[in-house]
Ligand binder design. Structure first.
Ligand SMILES: Cc1cc2nc3c(=O)[nH]c(=O)nc-3n(C[C@H](O)[C@H](O)[C@H](O)COP(=O)(O)OP(=O)(O)OC[C@H]3O[C@@H](n4cnc5c(N)ncnc54)[C@H](O)[C@@H]3O)c2cc1C
Length: 382
């Protein structure tokens, strides 16, 4: 397990406390009512030190190491994965802002993001597909003093609630990655129309999208210049994948805790359900998978921090953790009998999130593309 400094431990402990007090008591209601966590909660998260985790002064407190970011995601996810994902995505957007060509854009967003007053999300996926990032159809046309954006984004979390979007757009249609750039677009800018999707689970993610109809932004709104958009998208995605793996571990841990506690209370055939060895072994197998997933998530985050082959490990970690979380949360529901199927159980809610984690930040098949590319690379190639 990674060793954390005292300051890192304090940050994780603060996140755990925030999750227990501010998230856990309300997570089930948010999911049932499809309520997206509110502005007050963002401010509370900022007070707990969870915003701008990866930004150095003057805009942030100092970059936190990736394994610590993963652990924060894990403990928040134990209580509420939609909010965990929102907080981490917010941090990745702030991280991207660090390298924006203009100081004005940093001044516009980063202080508000640090204080939890402003929230931003990355917007790459489009209605016709998300896996093949180079084929995005949203365009950005250069005009005097700015850019005009047209297109549509889909499967964006908190699409109707985020204050601004980091929108990937094509500045040279047909040029693939060469023309990709990223722009900051305010949700309430003229020509932006957001919408939400009705989903089978994960309603608190606020999944949706928005249309951009001749949306004009200033030159300052350029976050990533043309030609660097694809590299920037792929650079952040490895860390995002590794932290999704950590979040899946949080989902599964709480599911196992709930299921074990239930079986110790429930009786059948004159004993508790937990006294049946078949039940114990089902939970023992879940615990083994959790340990393995956690080890892989931690290892991938350490490798990314050390800049050592992190991409492939992150792909392994995200694929494995989301796979075992989905399978084992099903087992957690199973040992609770029909009561496990009630929507108020942690396991049923977390099972829906684990399914969505299989698409998030690149579907699991795309993780296999990354792994296979490494596995089958020509001998002697780096
Ligand atoms: C909870 C959640 C939050 C999300 N948040 C965001 C967000 O904030 N911003 C954002 O931009 N996107 C977001 N997404 C979208 C996510 O990144 C996409 O769903 C993902 O990239 C896959 O794209 P797609 O769903 O369009 O599938 P498609 O690209 O249409 O793929 C369909 C299927 O084909 C498979 N496939 C594609 N290519 C290959 C291949 N080469 N080999 C084998 N199989 C292949 C895929 O794995 C998938 O199973 C979110 C998704 C979820 C579920």
């Amino acid at each position: 397990m990674p060793r954390f400094t005292a300051a890192e431990e304090r940050l994780v402990e603060g996140a755990r406390q925030f999750a227990a007090e501010a998230l856990a008591p309300r997570a089930e209601e948010w999911e049932r009512r499809a309520v997206v966590p509110d502005a007050e909660l963002h401010r509370a998260a900022a007070k707990a030190g969870l915003t701008l985790l990866m930004n150095d002064p003057p805009y942030g407190p100092g970059r936190v190491r990736f394994p610590v970011v993963g652990r924060v995601g894990e403990v928040l996810s134990e209580a509420c994965m939609p909010f965990a994902l929102l907080v981490l995505a917010h941090n990745y957007v702030a991280w991207a802002l660090r390298d924006a060509p203009s100081d004005a854009i940093r001044e516009k967003y980063l202080p508000g993001m640090f204080a939890g007053e402003l929230s931003g999300v990355f917007c790459l996926t489009e209605p016709q597909g998300g896996s093949d990032a180079q084929q995005i159809r949203t365009t950005a046309r250069k005009v005097d003093g700015g850019w005009v954006l047209d297109g549509e984004k889909a499967w964006i979390m908190q699409a109707a609630a985020a204050d601004f979007y980091g929108v990937y757009a094509q500045t040279e249609p047909g040029s693939g990655g060469r023309g990709m750039a990223m722009f900051a677009v305010d949700r309430d800018a003229p020509g932006v129309e957001s919408f939400t999707f009705d989903v089978f689970a994960g309603r608190a993610f606020g999944m949706g999208g928005f249309r951009l109809d001749g949306v004009r932004v200033a030159d300052d709104a350029l976050l990533v210049p043309p030609g660097e958009g694809l590299r920037s998208a792929l650079g952040a995605i490895d860390v995002a994948r590794a932290t999704v793996a950590a979040m899946c571990c949080g989902l599964l841990r709480r599911g196992i805790e709930e299921a074990v506690a239930y079986t110790q209370e429930r009786h059948a055939f004159g004993q508790t359900i937990a006294d049946f060895q078949g039940i114990q072994w089902m939970m023992a197998d879940a615990a083994t998978d959790l340990e393995a997933a956690r080890g892989l998530a931690d290892r991938s985050l350490e490798a990314l921090e050390a800049k050592e082959q992190g991409s492939v490990l992150a792909a392994h970690a995200k694929k494995f953790a989301s796979r075992v979380a989905l399978a084992r949360l099903g087992d957690c529901m199973q040992v609770m009998g029909a009561n496990g199927a009630k929507s108020e159980t942690v396991s049923s809610r977390h099972l829906g999130y684990a399914k969505l984690a299989q698409y998030l930040d690149g579907a699991n098949e795309i993780q296999n593309v990354v792994i296979s590319r490494d596995l089958f690379r020509p001998r002697g190639a780096p």
